[in-house]
Design a protein around this ligand. Structure first.
Ligand code: ZN
Length: 466
């Protein structure tokens, strides 16, 4: 415990009493936190802080955790402001407890050059200055692997690396041509890589050739509905290819949204091989909250609201995803927040675009889907997969995803006992179509604080609830 002196300002100072503290690594039990001047000044055992004239809030039973980090969200700007903007996407993230979001480059134009990268950061700055008070999550744009995401020619990596980009992906599409993918890896080999941060290639691992015109998982439900299916093979083949490229070029590879038992099995075995080749931590992967929550059976009930790429699979796959997440084979939970307009999502299955918007519900959905409330060890694993681990993969500033004394106060107050019904009309993002609509979830984000300022929720309401 540390006691040092920061000028005490009663107005900008707050003490959260009796919070169940999660550090980004583990639960520490009930603690008090003093936040002053935007910094976590003290973390102490309860009742050790004796302060006068300071606002105090007893939040017994609630969790305090580091603000979450999402490695995979589609914020749609520039190009598709009718679906989402950087301002509304970050507001959705704040509602979900996020402090940092990595945006995907499938914008229009694609984020394949410095101007678009800078424009996205500028749009965030404008959104922040348009707020009367409060804050917005940080933004870290990922950039494309190929020019225009067309899968033909590698981007010019140098200016993007110089700007601070560490994540590269053609997400939404696989770079299908092996010779182009070789050119991409060779171009990265020649590029001036930063010494202090790891550059990662994020693979949208799905073979377009094998996917064909599928709109949902290829199985009993697609056969019954007479809809074109997407085989497990289309993912399994592409995952094995990503693993091979990473190993051959000794480059960090992150596989986005895994959905099949076969992909999980291949990654589990490959991680052992990577470790033997002194490439531990070079292979990582993610799962989405919706693949932990739903299966293809739900698509029959939900229609295009549950149309997503890769598709919702079978119960046996979902079981493997949960298991792999808890044993660490799957490193992180990423939202793949992919908003569309109501009109687009109202179209029939074959014509509606792929995508589920889910930043707002990701934490409660992930904890609910894994029965994590029953076992603290399990809850810690899920929280870690949404805080410290993705922050490390994003090469985020060192305090991101962790809750420590003297760091900026980027944190979340979460009520693990709250029972609520999801109403997408209340979402902060633009997309109000959601497979979670009407679903009863446990656990709710009450407050998201970034740099000591509220990005979502407010203290008065939290106080009234106590
Ligand atoms: Zn995506």
């Amino acid at each position: 415990m540390c006691y040092y002196h920061i000028p005490v300002n009663a107005v900008s100072e707050l003490v959260l009493r009796n919070a169940e503290l999660f550090t980004g690594e583990r639960f520490l039990g009930p603690h008090d936190l003093r936040i002053t001047e935007g910094i976590v000044a003290d973390i102490t055992h309860p009742h050790m802080l004796k302060l006068k004239g300071v606002r105090e809030l007893d939040i017994t039973g609630m969790w305090v955790l580091p603000a979450l980090c999402d490695l995979h969200a589609h914020l749609r700007e520039p190009g598709y402001p009718q679906k989402e903007t950087i301002a509304t996407g970050l507001a959705a993230a704040a509602m979900g407890g996020y402090g940092l979001v990595v945006s995907m480059p499938n914008t229009k134009p694609a984020c394949d050059r410095r101007e678009v990268y800078d424009m996205q950061l500028e749009l965030r700055r404008k959104a922040v200055s348009a707020l009367n008070d409060g804050a917005l999550p940080k933004l870290k744009p990922a950039c494309a692997l190929t020019v225009g995401r067309k899968g033909k020619q590698p981007v010019d990596f140098e200016p993007l690396l110089a700007a601070g980009c560490t994540l590269f992906t053609d997400d939404g599409d696989d770079v299908g041509d092996d010779s182009v993918l070789r050119n991409v890896f060779q171009a990265l080999d020649r590029a001036p890589l930063p010494q202090d941060r790891m550059v990662r290639v994020m693979f949208h691992a799905q073979s377009k050739r094998l996917m064909r015109h599928g709109v949902m998982h290829d199985g009993e439900v697609s056969w019954r509905l007479k809809l074109p299916g997407i085989s497990r093979e289309s993912e399994d083949v592409a995952v094995r290819r990503a693993i091979d490229f990473g190993r051959e070029y000794r480059r960090a590879v992150h596989i986005t949204h895994v959905t099949t038992a076969g992909a999980v099995d291949a990654i589990r075995r490959a991680k052992e091989e990577y470790a033997r080749a002194n490439m531990e931590h070079y292979l990582t992967c993610e799962v989405t909250p919706h693949h932990l929550t739903f299966t293809h059976e739900d698509v029959e009930r939900l229609g295009a609201a549950a149309k997503v790429n890769p598709p919702l699979r079978e119960e046996s796959d979902r079981h493997e995803l949960r298991k792999a997440l808890l044993d660490g084979t799957i490193d992180i939970i990423a939202t793949d927040h992919a908003p569309h307009t109501a009109e687009e999502k109202a179209r029939p299955m074959t014509q509606s675009p792929f995508g589920i918007a889910g930043l707002e519900v990701a934490l409660a959905a992930s904890l609910s889907a894994t029965d994590a409330y029953e076992k603290q060890e399990q809850a810690a694993r899920i929280l870690k997969a949404m805080t410290s681990v993705p922050a490390r993969l994003a090469s985020a500033p060192p305090h991101c995803g962790l809750l420590r004394e003297r760091d900026p106060a980027d944190l979340v107050v979460f009520n693990p006992k709250a029972q609520w019904e999801v109403n997408p009309q209340e979402f902060a993002g633009k997309c109000k179509v959601s497979p979670y609509a009407g679903m009863k979830l446990r656990g709710r984000v009450k407050l998201t604080m970034i740099g000591g300022e509220a990005a979502y929720g407010d203290l008065d309401e939290l106080e009234r609830e106590r």
